[in-house]
Design a protein around this ligand. Structure first.
Ligand code: HAM
Length: 442
């Protein structure tokens, strides 16, 4: 029991409340990496002429049913759908393309002009949480509306490749396929259904269920016992005719010319119904089962299907959590891009104010320098421990001696050949100027 001081009454200690499973807090130790990735994304997307669009998190359920497809796993099983107080059926967005296309139509953005848009934010899918799979996760997505391609297909893929390069990621592999146009897919689908119906007894329960709802998804099955059956199934690529094939071949030729490696994966179908022609995924071996970091493709029929003008389109979204996990795998632990450059150690009683003045002076003189001043007292040892853990490159030590002499001791905290020096406070700016340019990894 706790006694509540204001009221002098006893209250029961309450049970703590945790976050919903699969919906994660992003803690201060992790936010620097998030911010770094967000900054790189924004810079690269802007460098390719994409403009940011900010979209609601909740939309009418019907939007997702129509865009993603009623028979997809996402719509069938994974949407967070609820009735609001008016009785309207609303859904927390499971992805960003639907809202982006809805907004472009609603605001008449597609009349005679192309749009290159990007968005970022949380998405929601009621999946079984595991490593790399969450119920609230974050995507950064780009959508190019009104461009037939394959030049824009090429540009989007090169944009992704640049993102990985800027982040120092090498472990991503590009897989490509073409899904043809709806008539080609319909012919393939009916042959596929006939094939699997002939082999119905060889399918597992999931396969039989998908045979009724979405037979293409059988091709995605991870069940090793189905693999030879799947290998023998009619392949969509054999149904893809002249124009789609040419579109795809031109894209492949341009990727070759750009030196961008890729693999054609005839089984790549993607989990959402709106795709046509080019589809692609960036995958890695380093994240276990949830290997797809980024996926996208063309959806040439979607805008019209939602009541807009006929508008070819292509886009992609990347999963930020998966990307960050891959970054952590690649880089290991260590100081982050937002660690302070300098940590001010207060090495004497009553010097707190003087230490803050030193820090303020540096912040005035050197915008961009991150200076953290030790707060809350404590032994020198504990202050140095904090300084070290902060990832700072130098400690600025202000003791009684230094204070009396108008000086500061600059103590390097990383093994990078810097010498410890004691210098006049009015030379500190000059001494620290070089730190602003340095990233923590250097
Ligand atoms: P998607 O393949 O469903 O495509 O999702 C894109 C990426 O979001 C995935 O590759 C993955 O990295 C991440 N992701 C999906 N579900 C989860 C989850 N439960 N937990 C963590 N990460 C997840 C789309 O959403 C399409 N809107 C992409 C697109 C844009 N196509 C055209 N334009």
């Amino acid at each position: 029991m706790l006694v509540c001081p204001e009221q002098g009454t006893a209250t029961a200690v309450s049970k703590t409340i945790n976050a919903i499973r699969g919906m994660n807090d992003i803690l201060p130790a992790d936010t620097p990496l998030w911010q770094e990735v967000e900054d790189v994304m924004r810079a690269v997307l802007q460098a390719y002429g994409y403009a940011e669009i900010r979209l609601p998190i909740v939309e009418h359920t019907e939007l997702f049913e129509r865009v993603i497809g009623e028979a997809t796993e996402v719509v069938e099983k994974e949407m967070y759908t609820f009735a609001d107080r008016n009785g309207d059926s609303l859904t927390l967005r499971p992805e960003g393309t639907a809202g982006c296309v809805r907004a472009a139509i609603q605001h008449h953005m597609l009349r005679g002009q192309a749009q290159k848009l990007w968005y970022a934010g949380p998405m929601f899918r009621h999946e079984r949480p595991q490593r790399g799979r969450y119920r609230q996760f974050h995507q950064v997505g780009a959508e190019a509306l009104g461009l037939e391609g394959p030049d824009v297909d090429l540009e989007l893929i090169l944009l992704c490749a640049r993102l990985w390069r800027e982040l120092g990621l090498e472990a991503l592999r590009l897989e490509l396929n073409t899904l043809g146009v709806p008539e080609e897919r319909a012919r393939h689908r009916s042959d596929l259904v006939a094939y699997f119906q002939d082999h119905r007894e060889a399918l597992d329960d999931d396969g039989r269920r998908r045979l009724e709802s979405n037979p293409l998804r059988i091709l995605d099955s991870k069940n090793p016992q189905l693999q030879s059956l799947i290998d023998g199934a009619p392949q969509l690529i054999d149904y893809v005719g002249g124009e789609s094939r040419e579109h795809f071949e031109r894209l492949c030729a341009e990727l070759d010319a750009a030196g961008q490696p890729y693999e054609i994966n005839p089984r790549l179908v993607r989990g959402l119904d709106y795709y046509s022609r080019t589809v692609f995924e960036w995958t890695t071996d380093r994240l276990g089962a949830q290997a797809t970091v980024c996926g996208g493709g063309r959806y040439d029929g979607l805008v019209q299907q939602l009541g807009g003008p006929a508008t070819p389109a292509i886009g992609f979204s990347l999963g930020v959590e998966r990307l960050l996990e891959l970054l952590r795998e690649t880089r290991g632990e260590g100081p982050t891009a937002l660690s302070p450059h300098a940590y001010v150690v207060v090495a004497g009683a009553g010097l707190e104010g003087a230490a803050q003045r030193v820090a303020e002076g540096l912040r005035d003189d050197l915008p961009g320098l991150r200076v953290q001043t030790h707060l809350g007292g404590g032994s020198l040892k504990s202050q140095f421990r904090r300084a070290d853990r902060s990832g700072a490159r130098v400690a600025l030590v202000l003791g009684e001696d230094e204070h009396a002499a108008g000086e500061v001791t600059v103590k390097p905290l990383r093994e990078d050949g810097m010498e410890q020096v004691r210098i006049a406070q009015d030379r500190l700016t000059e001494h620290c100027a070089g730190l602003v340019q340095l990233t923590p990894q250097q």
